[in-house]
Design a protein around this ligand. Structure first.
Ligand SMILES: C[S@@+](CC[C@H](N)C(=O)[O-])C[C@H]1O[C@@H](n2cnc3c(N)ncnc32)[C@H](O)[C@@H]1O
Length: 408
């Protein structure tokens, strides 16, 4: 072939990121060839290095992180490192982007995209507290059979897999422990399966791809139910629906982790609760008016949930009733907050504001002692002395529905 022809500049047209405009570039073929060669070399070294090194890298970062947490010497960087290594591993799986990014609402709530769900590892207070709890709980099952189920566990099952790996290294992993991980998202399952294999836990850990609320097993066959599929104020995701589905499957002496989630109704002024300048650690908003519990979710309360079926087939759970104080100062506008505290196990808790899931959730549709400046359909106008009954909406995006109660 004519050398001059081979060496002529080549024109390339690229579509811009917003797909609305085109840009034209001229480049010399030898430049492209050398760039390609360089990229091929780097790609080969990345993929061969990652194939060879991922199990070791993941193992190292998890062992290091869990051992620091267990010895109370963790810091936030540990979780950053964990995230970086696990995210690198996740990317090395080459799961197609449209699948990784797919997010949807199913019968039981929001199913988050795995690209987003992998970030839960960064929630250090929450993850660390579960690691501490599980590394103390699991060795107690050394002498007996134990079936642990972790539904809606996400792409890394981050509350459990690192602890299993750590306990095995410490020779503290019970021999008769059987684990079932469940997730509905195919990309989460692809990641989970690869991670379980990489940690060589496949003999002990089964991975199921299904809706957790369709999981079938003998009644009483689950010894530990580990579930954390919620956003703040027990909203949006299927946590409560999943717990409710598993209630009859729990053994008589089963552990539900977290042991207790407490949601309370609190009145406050928006500026007091969310000041422009963030509060110092541990500083509390002293202007709150706590008007009482809305729901306490524990093993015991799960057995007594008050289910209400509506004619259209939808289901609600009747929760607690609270009363707004008759002497509430109405010269300031109060908003309703749903606060969350999570007792994971015994004295191990995730306190308010410590994690994304324990941030108070404002319900701005409830106007207490004032008329909204910009009325919206669904606003609930409440006066001092009024009572509010909370229902929990199970379908769509789950969450609490406050309703005005007529005086008797
Ligand atoms: C926030 S993520 C991971 C939560 C996990 N506990 C953690 O700490 O990272 C929630 C996961 O639950 C899965 N999920 C949501 N609803 C589900 C359901 N009904 N059945 C099974 N998996 C579900 C999603 O696919 C997602 O991977």
């Amino acid at each position: 072939m004519d050398t001059a022809l081979r060496q002529r500049n080549v024109q390339a047209t690229l579509l811009s990121e917003d797909h609305n405009s085109e840009q034209t570039f001229l480049y010399h073929p030898s430049l492209l060839a050398s760039l390609n060669q360089q990229l091929r070399t780097s790609l080969t070294s990345v993929s061969s290095e990652s194939e060879k090194n991922w199990p070791e890298r993941i193992s190292n970062v998890l062992l290091n992180s869990v051992s620091h947490v267990v010895s109370n010497s963790s810091d936030i960087n540990l979780f950053q490192q964990c995230f970086q290594e696990l995210a690198g591993f996740y990317c090395s799986l080459d799961i197609p982007a449209p699948l990784r990014q797919r997010q949807f609402i199913n019968n039981n709530g929001l199913v988050m995209s795995p690209d987003y769900a992998i970030r839960t590892v960064l929630d250090s207070a929450r993850v660390g507290t579960f690691w501490q709890a599980l590394s103390s709980i699991l060795p107690q099952y050394a002498e007996r059979e134990c079936h642990l189920v972790y539904p809606a566990c996400g792409p890394f099952a981050p509350l459990l897999l690192p602890v299993l790996h750590y306990l095995r290294e410490q020779q503290l992993l019970p021999e008769n422990l059987q684990v079932t991980l469940i997730d509905i998202h195919p990309a989460a399952i692809q990641s989970l399966t690869a991670l379980v294999e990489s940690l060589q836990l496949q003999e002990m850990v089964k991975v199921l791809h299904q809706d957790a609320c369709d999981y079938q097993a003998e009644n009483g066959s689950v010894d530990i139910l580990l579930v954390e599929a919620m956003q703040h104020g027990l909203s949006r995701e299927g946590h409560l629906n999943i717990c409710q589905h598993f209630a009859p499957l729990l053994a008589e002496d089963a552990l539900l982790l977290p042991e207790k989630i407490s949601i309370r109704a609190v009145l406050t002024q928006a500026d007091d609760e969310f000041p422009a300048k963030p509060r110092a650690a541990g500083e509390r908003n002293t202007q709150r008016v706590d008007i009482g519990p809305v729901l306490e979710l524990s093993r015991e309360s799960l057995r007594q949930l008050d289910l209400v079926r509506l004619n259209d087939g939808s289901e609600l759970i009747r929760c607690q009733q609270v009363q707004v104080p008759a002497d509430l100062n109405t010269t300031i506008e109060h908003i309703l907050l749903l606060t969350t505290e999570m007792q994971v196990y015994q004295d191990l808790s995730v306190t308010e504001y410590a994690s994304g899931i324990t941030h108070p959730l404002p319900d701005l549709s409830v106007c207490i002692g004032f008329e909204p400046h910009n009325p919206q359909p669904g606003d609930l106008l409440i006066k001092p002395g009024d009572s509010i009954l909370f229902y929990y909406r199970k379908q769509g995006l789950p969450g609490f529905l406050p309703v005005y109660v007529e005086p008797a």
